[in-house]
Structures are given as structure tokens and as C-alpha cells.
Design a protein around this ligand. Structure first.
Ligand code: FAD
Length: 410
């Protein structure tokens, strides 16, 4: 007969002495999955964000600005965080897991900073690296990796979001030299107003093609979108293309059809799977700290069962999400990651991250709505992250189709 637990013991308290103690910051011991190099990348990016972002982020957020974005980009370039998992052309050639860890640490500071890095590396630079000519790679990638040139990625339009196949922006051949002339509008474009080069997707007689548009080209402008309640410390813009004339070699030669932009999006979504867990981690840790110090009814609110249930559920989803991100990272490094698996991760992790931030907000009570604490900022940021790079519904439809073999998109 097993001995009855004593009145003071709790289930699961008897563990062999060789087992490391429980760490509230890493309850599953996921740190054991990392290599020394992984930890070095993580710690470097975490230290940079603590020094350069955290002291200012509430102020930037309140002002709805990302001041010094060019300087920040150059610093991120020096860290090797721009186009981090790409190889050659000044890129760091890091593993997918290391890139993911960097995204997590950046988004633990703010989703706006992670968005800057994602759009630069996984959308703009990735498009050039994967689909560009040798000349295009040489021309743009080294300076983008160094953060000297910021890139943006224009797919969404005022009337076209989840269904980019219906885009209206178009490019037509003109003149004997084979010039392209682009006309149209793009909307909600991260980094647009500060970009030196825009990757613009447009309809042509041969299907959808990608174009590298230097932003000083006549006819191109990028007015900033203001009055956002989310991603306030991030530059979001409209792109206006009025008879933008480009040379014949401005087109990305290897991207034909939607395969081009969708390939880039899959890469960027992978970073979001990790990044969203950074926002969740910061909110969880704020709630945990608050729960142990804030007293009501004569004791810390963390001593009430209802608060503990919230904390336990948040911890479970947070660390399950990090485990999922790590698993998908290993698959990406092994060249075995499918787009459906990326949808799986983005759907789960962003949905759970926003839930964690909202729950953390309740633990902090009224203080939860203050910019003195990070939770509401992260929760409102994640409203954008839930929508961009494929909405929740789009990823449900991707998985639904993969599960049933039936297309429910239209
Ligand atoms: P819509 O496509 O109009 O969808 C509206 C709603 O209808 C959603 O809930 C959607 O899921 C649902 N819906 C649509 N079709 C279906 C269907 N078949 N079945 C069920 N539900 C459906 N875009 C870029 O190209 N580059 C960027 O850098 C960029 N940065 C962004 C930054 C921010 C801050 C934000 C908010 C957006 C950004 N976007 C960017 C745009 C983003 O990718 C789009 O908002 C997203 O793809 C959704 O498009 P939409 O907003 O037009 O919504």
C-alpha cells in the first residue's frame, strides 16, 4: 500500500534528488533543448532589447512613433538580426531555432520591434535572396543585412487582404527597353515610409510578379498610417504607385505567381510563432510578479485559487507554445517544415498569446490598463499579429483543407 500523502504535501512533490529544481521561468526545462550557441544568441538579443527598447517603449507607444528607427536598424544589423537565417551577402546564416529565439526576445520587448526585423529579413530580404537575380542580391542584401537600407513588402491593398490573387496593382511593359510601369495602391505596409526599397507585388500579363522599387523612384510615395491602437511603435504605411517606371531588370526573375509572396509569408509566419510567445512571456511574468506582491483580503492575490488557476493555465499555454515553436524550428532546420505546419503554429501561438496577455491584464486589475505595465501594450499589439501574415480564419482554412482535402476558401 502506498503511504498516504501527509496533510502538507502536494501532488507531485516527491522527486529524485538528481532532478533539477522547478524553475517558474522555465517549468518544462526547455532551456535544456538549446545549444550554447542558441543561448548566446538569445542572451545577446535579450540584452540589446533591455538596453535599447525597454527603457523607452512605453513612451514611443504613447506617442505612436518609433523614433531612431534607422539607428535601431543599424544596431540590429550589427547584431546579425537582419536576414538572420539567410546565408551569404552579409547575412548571419544562423539556424532557424536561433532566428526564432531572436524573434521571441525582440517581441518580449515589443511586437513593433519584432515586426521591423521580420519584415526586413523574412519578407523583403528573403524575397530577394530566394527569388532575386545575382545582381539584385549583390545590390541590396549586404546593405539591408547591415541595416543601412530598410525594406518593406507590399502585398495587401485597400480592398484586397486575405485574397491576394485578386490584387489590382498592375505592372505593364512599356517601351523598347522593356521598362515596367506600375500603378496601384498598397495598404498596411510595415516600414513603408522609412524604406529605401519596396518589394511590390503586382499583376502582369504573366501572372503576379514581384518588383524591387527604390523608394526615390518618381511616382512612388508612402504616406504613414496614423491613429492606430495597435503596433503603435511600428511604422505602417500606404504605398502609392502612380506610373512608377522601372527598368526591365527590376522584376524578381524567379517569382512567378502567388508562390512568390506566399513563400515569403511562410518564412515570416515562422518568426511570429516564436515572437508571439515573447509577448506572452512578458505578460505572464508581469502577472506572476504582481500576483505575489499585490495584497487583497489580507494576503497576496496569488494565494487565491482563482488567481493560481489563471497563472497555471497561462504557464501551460506559454511553455507549450515555446515547445511547439522549437519543434517547428528543428523541422525548418532539417528542411522538413511544411506550410500547413507553419499555419498550425501561427494559429495556436498567436491565439494563445493574446489570451495570455488578456488574462494577465485581469490579474493586474486596474493597473493592467496602464502603460506603466507591459500587458495591455502587448495585448493590443497582438490584435495586429492575429490579423497580419494570415488571419486566424485563413490558418484555420489552411488546416481544414489539409485535414479534409476540401477547399473552403471560396
Ligand atoms: P480581410 O481579408 O478583408 O478579412 C476580414 C475578415 O474576414 C477577417 O477576419 C478574415 O479572416 C475574414 N475572411 C476573409 N475571407 C474569409 C473566408 N474565405 N472565410 C472566412 N473568413 C474570411 N500587409 C502587407 O502586405 N505587408 C505588410 O508589411 C503588412 N503589415 C501590416 C501591419 C499591420 C499593423 C497590420 C494591421 C496589417 C499589415 N498587413 C501587411 C496587412 C495584413 O496582412 C492584412 O490585414 C491581412 O492579410 C488581412 O487582410 P484584411 O485586413 O484586408 O482583412
Amino acid at each position: 500500500m502506498p503511504a498516504k500523502p501527509s496533510a502538507t504535501s502536494s501532488p507531485g512533490s516527491a522527486v529524485p534528488s538528481a532532478v533539477p529544481p522547478f524553475d517558474p521561468r522555465d517549468p518544462l526545462g526547455l532551456d535544456d533543448l538549446l545549444t550554447d550557441e542558441d543561448r548566446a544568441v538569445r542572451d545577446t538579443v535579450r540584452a540589446w532589447a533591455a538596453d535599447r527598447v525597454l527603457p523607452h517603449i512605453a513612451d514611443w507607444y504613447e506617442r505612436g512613433e518609433l523614433p531612431g528607427i534607422r539607428e535601431l536598424a543599424r544596431e540590429l544589423g550589427s547584431l546579425g538580426a537582419l536576414g538572420m537565417s539567410l546565408t551569404g551577402y552579409g547575412c548571419a546564416g544562423a539556424s532557424a531555432v536561433q532566428y526564432g529565439l531572436a524573434c521571441l526576445e525582440l517581441e518580449a520587448a515589443d511586437s513593433g520591434i519584432r515586426s521591423l526585423v521580420s519584415v526586413q529579413g523574412s519578407l523583403a530580404m528573403y524575397a530577394i535572396r530566394r527569388f532575386g537575380s545575382e545582381e539584385q542580391k549583390q545590390q541590396w542584401l549586404p546593405r539591408m543585412a547591415a541595416g543601412e537600407i530598410i525594406g518593406c513588402f507590399g502585398l495587401t491593398e485597400p480592398d484586397i487582404g486575405s485574397d491576394p490573387a485578386a490584387m489590382r496593382t498592375h505592372a505593364k511593359r512599356d517601351g523598347s527597353g522593356g521598362d515596367w510601369v506600375l500603378n496601384g495602391r498598397k495598404m498596411w505596409i510595415t516600414n513603408g515610409s522609412v524604406a529605401g526599397v519596396a518589394v511590390v507585388w503586382a499583376r502582369t500579363d504573366d501572372g503576379i510578379r514581384g518588383f524591387l522599387v527604390p523608394t526615390d523612384t518618381p511616382g512612388f510615395s508612402a504616406p504613414e498610417i496614423k491613429h492606430k491602437w495597435s503596433l503603435r511603435a511600428s511604422v505602417t504605411s500606404e504605398l502609392v504607385l502612380d506610373d512608377v517606371r522601372l527598368p526591365a531588370d527590376a522584376v524578381l526573375p524567379e517569382a512567378i505567381g502567388l508562390r512568390g509572396p506566399l513563400g515569403c509569408l511562410s518564412h515570416a509566419r515562422y518568426g511570429i510563432i516564436w515572437g508571439s510567445m515573447g509577448a506572452a512571456r512578458t505578460s505572464f511574468e508581469a502577472a506572476l510578479e504582481y500576483a505575489t506582491t499585490r495584497e487583497q483580503f489580507g494576503k497576496p492575490i496569488g494565494g487565491f485559487q482563482l488567481t493560481q488557476a489563471k497563472l497555471a493555465d497561462m504557464a501551460v499555454e506559454l511553455h507549450k507554445g515555446i515547445l511547439l515553436a522549437h519543434h517547428l524550428g528543428l523541422r525548418m532546420d532539417a528542411g522538413r517544415l511544411r506550410p500547413e505546419q507553419v499555419s498550425f503554429g501561427k494559429l495556436n501561438n498567436v491565439r494563445e498569446a493574446i489570451e495570455i496577455c488578456r488574462t494577465a491584464r485581469t490579474v493586474l486589475g486596474a493597473n493592467g490598463i496602464s502603460l506603466e505595465y507591459p500587458v495591455m501594450r502587448h495585448a493590443t499589439n497582438l490584435e495586429s499579429v492575429l490579423t497580419y501574415e494570415g488571419t486566424v480564419e485563413m490558418h484555420q482554412l489552411v488546416l481544414g483543407k489539409a485535414l479534409t482535402g476540401l477547399d473552403a476558401f471560396r
